[in-house]
Design a protein around this ligand. Structure first.
Ligand SMILES: NC(=O)c1ccc[n+]([C@@H]2O[C@H](COP(=O)([O-])OP(=O)(O)OC[C@H]3O[C@@H](n4cnc5c(N)ncnc54)[C@H](OP(=O)(O)O)[C@@H]3O)[C@@H](O)[C@H]2O)c1
Ligand SMILES: *[C@@H]1O[C@H](CO)[C@@H](O)[C@H](O)[C@H]1NC(C)=O
Ligand SMILES: *[C@@H]1O[C@H](CO)[C@@H](O)[C@H](O)[C@H]1NC(C)=O
Length: 292
């Protein structure tokens, strides 16, 4: 035990120092120039702002959501802002067949894929949970299962391009959050799934980065309406938020924290979990699953 202490603590120290202080490569908008990018939930809010940033950076942009009219307008704006190309495919992410076919069609139109930004959610109001199982199921399907379906459909293209999956989550996906239990559960599911496959990819040397974005309150119309009179918190601007998500994806960061979070972001990073994830890897026989 004494011997364990002697080398474990320094190793952990180095690990944590690396995790928290490793200097990031600098972001340049040119990183997105000519890149093929999908943004879901792009008819309004943060998704729409991401599409506009990507257009200004000269990316090939593919957007989706249900509202066809809104998407049409966004595509024409994207072209005005300088997108290398801009397209939309409308449909609902309640339908997993649509989710899968959307990726195939998008891949054909774009001619490959560099970045998959998963951002859509089914709309929710803030209220104590009163037993609506249909809503729990819809939240899991739209906010979580469709993300998995699309990621798996896109994986062959992303492997080819050394691409990136960017998953938009929330503080409610890292901590208990009353009045939004079904939403919170779906966001926790994203963390469990995507953080786990990130570990698999790192062991198997699959060079597809996974970025989980933990957002505080953002000033989108839907969020402002949902929190009104229920939650007292300062909202951060959606335009800036959209840019930080794209930066995190382009820099292949594991997590992005954005919002008026203050110290909360440091506390949410949960070093205990990080240490356990790092140390527990040794207990697995991962070699068994690596193709040779
Ligand atoms: N805003 C915040 O305060 C906040 C905080 C933390 C995390 N986040 C996260 O940030 C992301 C974006 O939030 P936001 O505030 O920008 O949301 P938003 O403005 O409400 O936009 C949601 C998008 O999802 C689409 N959508 C809704 N239902 C859909 C369905 N069944 N199938 C396909 N698309 C659907 C909507 O378009 P249609 O209605 O046209 O389908 C819309 O484009 C979400 O993942 C959210 O959890 C936001
Ligand atoms: C992907 O990364 C590998 C290893 O770094 C490299 O050999 C390959 O050229 C890259 N492919 C693309 C399309 O960037
Ligand atoms: C993974 O892909 C990125 C982006 O193309 C590249 O910069 C990096 O060198 C690759 N890493 C490995 C280990 O192949």
């Amino acid at each position: 035990m004494a011997c364990m202490k002697n080398y474990l603590l320094p190793i952990l120290g180095i690990f944590l120092a690396y995790y928290y202080y490793s200097a990031d490569e600098e972001f340049k908008p040119e990183m997105l120039q000519g890149k093929k990018v999908i943004v879901t939930g792009a008819s309004k809010g943060i998704g729409k702002e991401m599409a506009y940033h990507l257009a200004k950076m000269g990316a090939h942009v593919m957007v989706t959501a249900r509202s066809e009219e809104a998407l049409k307008k966004i595509v024409s704006d994207c072209l005005k802002y300088g997108a290398a190309s801009a397209h939309y495919i409308a449909g609902t992410m309640e339908d997993m067949t649509f989710a899968e076919q959307f990726i195939a069609k998008a891949g054909n139109i774009l001619g490959g894929l560099d970045m998959l930004i998963l951002n859509h959610i089914t709309s929710a109001t803030m209220e104590p949970f009163a037993g609506d199982i249909h809503f729990v199921r819809r939240s899991m399907e739209v906010n979580y299962i469709s993300y998995v379906v699309m990621s798996m459909a896109a994986l062959p293209m992303l492997k080819q391009s050394n691409g990136s999956i960017v998953v938009v989550s929330s503080m409610a996906g890292k901590m208990a959050s009353p009045l939004v239990a079904p939403y919170s559960a779906s966001k926790f599911a994203l963390d469990g799934f995507f953080s786990s496959i990130r570990t698999e990819y790192s062991v198997a040397k699959v060079n597809v980065s996974i970025t989980l974005c933990i957002l505080g309150l953002i000033d989108t119309d839907s969020a402002m309406k949902a929190v009104s009179g229920v939650l007292n918190a300062e909202a951060a601007p959606k335009e800036d938020c959209a840019l930080e998500i794209i930066k995190g994806g382009a820099l292949r960061q594991e997590e992005v924290y954005y919002g008026k979070l203050g110290w909360a972001s440091h506390l949410l990073k949960n070093p205990g979990r990080r240490i356990l994830e790092f140390l527990s890897l040794r207990n697995y026989n991962m070699e068994k699953f690596i193709n040779n």
